[in-house]
Ligand binder design. Sequence first.
Ligand code: SF4
Length: 694
Amino acid sequence: MFSKPDMKASVCPLDCPDTCSLSVTVADNRVVKVRGSRVNPHTAGAVCSKVANYYPEFVHGADRLLTPLKRTGEKGSGQFEAISWAEAITTIHNQVKAKIDAFGAQTVLPLNYAGPHGLLAGESLSARFFHKLGASLLSRRPLCGGIRSEAYKATYGSVPGIALQQVAKSKMIIVWGNNASVSNLHLLRQLNKARRKGARIVAVDPKRTQVAEQADLHLAIKPGTDVVLALYMAQALEQLKAVDQNFINKHVLGYDDYQKMAARYSLQDTARICGLAQADIKQMVNWYATLAPAAIAWGNGLERNRNGGSSIRAIAALPAIAGKWGVEGGGLVAAASNAFPTTTSLLTRPDLVPPETRSVNILDVSNLLLDADLTPPINALFIYNHNPVIVHPNQNLMKRALARGDLFTIGIDIVMTDSMKYADIVLPACSHFEHDDIFASYGLQYLQRAEAVIPPVGESLPNTEIFRRLASAFGFKDDCFKTSDLDLMNEALDAQDPRMKGHKPSTLPTDLALKMSVPADVTNPDGTDEPILFKNVFPDTPSGKVELYSQALKDRYNLPLPRYQPINADFPLNLISPSSNKRITSTFGSVSDCDASPVLEMHPDDALPRNLVDGMTVKLSNDLGEVFLPLKITDAVKPGCIFSSKGAWFKTTLNQQTVSALAPTSKADLAHGACFNDTLVEVSEAPASMTLSN
Ligand code: SF4
């Protein structure tokens, strides 16, 4: 006898700026359908096709982890046997304790990223556990997002930019490096509203994306050169007398030094370096100079190269130079996470970290795992919320590192991923549909809470409970390891902050998306609801101004001003690996619709001299690896620049190498961040033995 389907409220937890509110159809304790709900007024009932199509299979499919597992075959082979939770926790404790006794606690390293974005599942009790243990710290932001946040913070401080919905009020929007139809869906609705009112839309993107197709102007820029375009715009605005000198005098630090740097790039140089037509650059500058409110909505791809930090800083400088801030729809859609009264220190307890604990850049993990001279060595690894063999650069190095015989690896995940196959013990984690959590957002300024809509599948447990059990096994008696999930929510956000409007985080209604409004007070006398930079919120940089010249970045990276560095072209083609329309990075790679290999997109001008034809399997190669992909020839991409989406799993390959195998481990100019889009390769026809069938 089947029970009647039930509709339950939830929130999308995935690594996406939109944080859509969801309506989940549940029958017999199973998720059968996921759709958008109208709880969040700006996701407004719409969700991406990935979430709508794949979640039931992700939660209940053949790859779902149902019990703890112990490895029985070679690392990477995927051979395991089921064990009890008691045996799993005891084995982990005994093995990790033995490593700590021999090498000290810093021999342990957490290797986690942003699988789920709930504040509890993301990083709460897990951080407390590793801090108390004295494990090596992981600096995880360099993998993605760290460059952008450091660049923005140096320029404006920890304040939010304009809210996404204000884009609808803009008269000009520059969509810069943001393939919104794939990775920022709800920007499209706002763009369409603005367009209907006559707004000009400019897309700056090396690929003719859907947004670029519909834009009034598309600048197909060469990857890694955005800083040059933005610097040129700054000097052109001055030449056009379109700078806001009063605003600059009052609110900007380092303007003259900045313009001296910008003056290095003439229109001709900019067009040549960026691979753009001079007329298109002039058109964009003229619109930006004359139209207001004007907004910039950027994406993540911009930062993934050697000039990433400089590009973000130079783009962020434009609204300050042109005086675009201070009105609804004017400025930069950015830093929504700064709109929330989060209390991360209370949640993660960095005060538990022993003094002198080392910190490891996430991009260095594979090198350090293989470093025979590292003291202490990393001999125990906890992988959770992360799929490192698929998403880290230099994939072959990561595989070698995880295959190390004396490394004890604990994996925690919802499904059996390619990375979990390298673990000695695998622990089954609940999906967010199976536990309560609370969700801030890095794209929309709304706080949402969700409750479990089904019980845990199999023997899976929420991350919080897994780390509670681990803490108990290691004898941690502090009260902070006994905190319930509801109390963790109350430690994640400051209930006394006026933005919470009297709501306790743990009892925030699940049919409410709480808008992070600015309270009416002395800095906000007209009671404007949303944060508007230079109207009711102000930079909290050291100078209190927009820092175009940054002493902090000079001290840390010798980068007081944005600068451009050309790339060393060892190979002729620049491989860009953007978000997929089938996965959120690598999440959903388990579902059957993600079995096929992604295509490689190449311009006819690159295909012709290489005798490559549409549909054939091609080999992409450089010093780091070889990847085989089906070829799609298209003029939607720039000559010299090829595209294949990131996050595909090894099941899509014949040789267990995906695009990450070709990506360098070089670091960007800020935040020691990843340079995925500095991948250079050659492409040739694949041998017959490597022909893909899809
Ligand atoms: S992945 Fe993004 S667009 Fe898709 S449902 Fe989740 S938050 Fe919305």
